[in-house]
Design a binder for this molecule. Structure first.
Ligand SMILES: Cc1ncc(COP(=O)(O)O)c(C=O)c1O
Length: 372
């Protein structure tokens, strides 16, 4: 096998369904169909003809998606199975063996792994922890070369929740233009800002921009497996050619439900529900962490359903996560998955009671092993 193991996804896939408290989720507590749809919509859904549908995405759904981006129309959109398929297709469309990819880290490491598998050369530029996770754009400037084909971003960022300012976005575009590189931004957490302001997309800032999006995170609908790519019309046509090889199409029922979730009023309702949860949970989790004084250090996220925490204990992060899972059946994501030991990630988009019950297990464990 010529592809590196995607540790972050693998470890979650192995254990997330085997524990009492899974605190590794980065999205929000998912909707049921009954919560999301009214009776008439459920009736329409159950009468859906289970065909393939339009394989690059139904026109009404692509129209709804394109409405989220300035200057885009349905020809700028490819509908995919989750934003993970969007990432896979984007890399295969834009990159070739030997290309350099300069990627923001810490990050969801899917693109790093795909780049390695394709024989590209991934390089990292840092979000600086000591600077509240602001990006080191001087480092980015130094890293790009004439071989840089793509600057790969995740904004809002997984795992830090850092959200780029407009100035930082503009500067990144300037750097990309200086070497004629693509800017590819994973924007799956767009819409999940704690202050409720949906941030600007990179789409439209330069002619070599492609972004992804999807319903798994900010919209709390991961089970639909609905994602998308948005980019220049000609390249989106090329991505469709790859999509024919990967999965042909996203499911027809997901198309229908996705179109409802993205109706302007429904979309706002969903984003508001999630933002309220996020703010309440963040407050509760901060209180829990702060009771330990200097033990935990963190910068609160601006967006997204997770908190990335540094801990001051002499135990490796994978060991910490495994011990908590085995001893207390509570699952956190080790910083090692991001190449950052002495950190862990917990989800803060779940139901508050569930998160607090999981944290209570961690409290017991810390008392038993470290007497704190
Ligand atoms: C940054 C980022 N991109 C993509 C994905 C994949 O999500 P999905 O395929 O469910 O849209 C995830 C999942 O955690 C993620 O955090």
């Amino acid at each position: 096998m010529n592809i590196p193991i995607f540790e972050l996804e693998r470890v979650q896939s192995l254990f997330e369904n085997t524990v009492d408290y899974n605190l590794t989720e980065s999205g929000f507590h998912p909707y049921t169909l009954n919560e999301l749809l009214d009776k008439q919509q459920i009736d329409t859904l159950t009468n859906t003809v289970l065909g393939y549908g339009q394989t690059n995405g139904s026109i009404p759904l692509r129209k709804r998606i394109s409405a989220l981006y300035n200057g885009a129309n349905e020809e700028n959109v490819l509908v995919t199975n989750g934003s993970s398929e969007a990432n896979f297709i984007a890399c295969h469309t834009l990159l070739e063996k030997g290309d350099e990819v300069v990627m923001m880290v810490p990050n969801y490491m899917q693109i790093w792994g795909i780049a390695e598998e394709m024989g590209c050369i991934p390089k990292a530029f840092q979000l600086l922890e000591e600077n509240n996770w602001k990006p080191d754009l001087e480092q980015l400037k130094k890293l790009v070369t004439s071989k840089t084909k793509m600057i790969a971003l995740c904004n809002p960022n997984n795992p830090t929740g850092y959200t780029l300012t407009k100035e930082e976005m503009k500067e990144i575009i300037t750097i990309a233009k200086s070497v004629d590189a693509w800017v590819y931004c994973d924007e799956v957490y767009r819409g999940a800002a704690l202050d409720g302001n949906v941030r600007q997309s990179f789409m439209g800032m330069y002619d070599k921009v492609m972004v992804n999006g999807g319903l798994s995170k900010a919209y709390a609908l991961p089970g639909l497996r609905l994602g998308w790519l948005v980019g220049p019309e000609k390249i989106i046509a090329d991505t469709w050619a790859y999509h024919d090889y990967t999965s042909i199409t996203a499911g027809i029922m997901s198309h229908y439900i996705g179109e409802i979730a993205l109706q302007p009023a429904k979309r706002l309702e969903i984003l508001n529900r999630n933002r309220t949860m996020l703010n309440e949970n963040l407050k509760a989790v901060k209180e829990w962490l702060n009771q330990y004084g200097d033990l935990f250090e963190y910068t609160a996220p601006q967006s997204g359903g997770m908190l990335f925490i540094k801990y001051n204990l002499e135990i490796n992060s994978t060991e910490l996560a495994e011990w908590l899972r085995k001893e207390k059946s509570v699952f956190i994501l080790a910083g090692d998955c991001y190449g950052m030991d002495y950190h862990f990630r917990i989800g803060i988009g779940e139901r508050k009671d569930y998160i607090l019950a999981g944290l209570e297990r961690i409290k017991q464990a810390l008392k038993e092993r470290f007497d704190i």
